[in-house]
Design a protein around this ligand. Structure first.
Ligand code: 5GP
Ligand code: SF4
Ligand code: MG
Length: 453
């Protein structure tokens, strides 16, 4: 998911800025989107299923007036893909109204929900965000900032929150900093965004990333910060850099494009091959393919054309939709691969659906050889923190050797980048969650049995 928040003196423009911010974050979720604004007295909101551009129009944006606002784009990891689960979640409580936009996934939301339900609390959605809203309301007595602190101690998992009250915009990043969140400055206010690319879109100047465990509060156009007393290890999700984030974003000081292209260069050294052309699986594989081509001296070419109107295949909730998605999304440019030895660079193999299809399409188009190069190590463990990697049994990296995967996808050779190489590509040797590769989760996760998620 993606979150975006604005605090501005000019209430005419807040909903428009959020619209542009969400538009820039659309790659983080395409199921539903919403905007909530507050004019210091009342909260208005609008949300629906679909893309940002499908949901909002000038009239709707003009009806959303306020100095403070938050927005959300969603792809579901918990809670079904229904409009009731669209965000921001807006609730009334003792002290007014709270709107919440959440990116990430909590690992103890079910347990917390059960405790609340035992006490008679009712829920309207199946999302963990509503659990958080309830907890915030429960600890209202000492004000919202204290209740946010309290909730941070109770909830476990990955979260970047944009929270709006009647007069405050609050940003929170979990103790590990698994999900990104950054702060931008407008001439007359502040912006919070999942990724820095959205700051550029609205003309905000990048100030800094929110730190792991930090709460930032923007009120009366001033920014205050509260840091967690618990010292925390930074564990940015490596998949943000590999796949999820936009290449023109910089997260925790790491530029996504540079990290991806460097990974391609490193992979060219680790796993060279004689070939005629290097092609990418667009879009997420492109920076890495360019890096691989540069380092190997093999020319980069376009071998696959992506339909610009197709969404992200992985972000389709069912396997059937996903398979349909690959066909809709990518087609071979026969003229560039026919009779050639092709290196196909992708950022990851998760289920293997994509690579298998593409290798076969390339061969059918006349490619002599197809060598697959992947700029992340084999994905062997599920993610519990908001990236929708599947149950272990569906992860080809968990159940098959590299040679078996090569055979399954029908490639002439297959190589993954090493963990060392991947770390080197970021310029940092620590500070990441790498659990989907090595099973070393930064916190306890609900593991019960090898095949469970
Ligand atoms: P597969 O078809 O092997 O399941 O998925 C691999 C493809 O999906 C790659 O092209 C990659 O760009 C994309 N992808 C990989 N990982 C993720 C992920 O965690 N989330 C999403 N959304 N997409 C992924
Ligand atoms: Fe990211 Fe993988 Fe960690 Fe999930 S398990 S947060 S996808 S690095
Ligand atoms: Mg891809």
């Amino acid at each position: 998911c993606g979150v975006f928040g604005v605090y501005s003196e000019n209430k005419e423009k807040v909903s428009n800025l959020i619209y542009f911010g969400l538009y820039a974050l659309q790659h983080r979720g395409q199921e539903s989107a919403g905007i909530a604004v507050s004019d210091n007295k009342e909260v208005d909101y609008y949300k629906d299923m679909g893309l940002v551009s499908e949901i909002f129009n000038d009239d709707i944006l003009a009806s959303l007036q306020g100095n403070i606002g938050i927005g959300h784009v969603r792809y579901s990891t918990t809670g079904e893909s229904h409009v009731e689960n669209a965000q921001p979640l807006v609730v009334k409580y003792k002290n007014g109204t709270i709107a919440l936009a959440h990116n990430g996934n909590l690992v103890n939301a079910d347990a917390l929900r059960e405790i609340l339900e035992d006490e008679g609390v009712v829920f309207q959605t199946s999302t963990d965000t509503e659990v958080v809203a309830n907890l915030l309301a429960r600890y209202h007595k000492d004000g919202i900032v204290k209740s946010v602190k309290k909730v941070m101690e109770l909830v476990k998992g990955a979260f970047a929150f944009a929270i709006m009250t009647d007069n405050k915009l609050i940003g929170v990043r979990d103790l590990y900093g698994l999900r990104p969140l950054c702060i931008g400055k407008l001439d007359d206010g502040y912006v919070l965004a999942s990724e820095s690319c959205a700051l550029d879109t609205v003309g905000a100047e990048f100030v800094r990333d929110v730190e792991p465990g930090e709460i930032v509060i923007i009120e009366n156009n001033e920014l205050k910060s509260i840091k967690s007393s618990k010292w925390c290890r930074k564990n940015l999700c490596m998949f943000e850099l590999i796949y999820f984030a936009r290449p023109d974003s910089t997260i925790d000081g790491i530029n996504v494009y540079l990290a991806r292209s460097e990974a391609g260069r490193i992979l060219a050294k680790e796993a060279p091959v004689d070939a005629d052309v290097v092609i990418s699986v667009p879009d997420s594989g492109t920076p890495a393919a360019i890096g691989y081509a540069e380092e190997s001296g093999i020319p980069y070419g376009i071998g696959l054309i992506k339909n610009k109107y197709a969404g992200r295949t992985f972000i389709q909730p069912t396997q059937e939709l996903r398979e349909q998605g690959v066909k809709l999304k990518l087609n071979v440019l026969k003229e560039n691969v026919e009779g050639k030895r092709v290196v196909m660079v992708d950022d990851s193999i998760v289920r293997g659906t994509t690579s298998k299809r593409l290798v076969n399409m390339l061969k059918k188009a006349g490619a002599k050889e197809v060598h697959v190069r992947v700029t992340s190590p084999p994905v062997k463990y599920p993610c519990y923190f908001g990236i929708d990697t599947p149950y272990r049994k569906y992860l080809v990296g968990a159940t098959k050797t590299v040679e078996e995967i090569r055979d399954m996808i029908n490639a002439d050779s297959l190589a993954y980048i090493s963990m060392d190489g991947l770390l080197k590509s970021t310029g940092c040797d620590k500070g990441f969650c790498l659990a989907c590769f090595n099973g070393d989760y930064p916190m306890e996760v609900p593991l019960d049995g090898d095949n469970k998620k």
